[in-house]
Design a protein around this ligand. Sequence first.
Ligand code: GRF
Length: 205
Amino acid sequence: MLVIVKKLTLFERKRMEKRIAILASGVGSNAVSIIKYFKENSGADVVLVGSNKPEALVLKKAADLGVPSFVFNKGALTSRPDVLNKLLKEEIDFIVLAGFLLQIPESIVRAFPNRIVNIHPALLPKFGGKGMYGKHVHQAVIEAKEKESGITIHYVNEFYDDGAVVFQTRCSVGENDSITTLVEKIQALERKYYPLIIEKIIQKL
Ligand code: GRF
């Protein structure tokens, strides 16, 4: 039997890598850990970072790591198809929200079914929803005298913090914990698990 082994061109090999776009509004520590992870591991590449905040630090961090970025306003995301068109033009396979503060419109959810994930810095369904972001989440956890908090990675639908949960992991919250110490614990979990869970989901696409 004759077996023809075709040598893949560099372009073909690269296209086997799934193309990730990250949407972020802030500092970008998750974006950085995900970009770096997929520079070192095969299966996916972060090829685009998008932000609704022109001043967001994540844009500078993306540039430092050689990842192209784009800035858009709320209208371009929700009332016009500009962001959707950009994602389609860039042949994006998977969207990662990393501290992205705007709601994703139904048009984008439909175009990327089970292909958008978000990370939330608490154990959903507790401490989620509109206004529950950043320090507000940790403050609410401490005020409620919770004994534990953690991270939730979930699929994204058109409602805040509402899609199916993919992964959760916990950390303790003690009497001596402050917002600062809780942020440190949660950020360590985010850096460790977000890239790994993204990789697992992408392997099944
Ligand atoms: C993270 O805590 C994440 O859980 C939440 O927003 C924060 C983003 O932080 N969704 P960064 O911009 O990645 O540093």
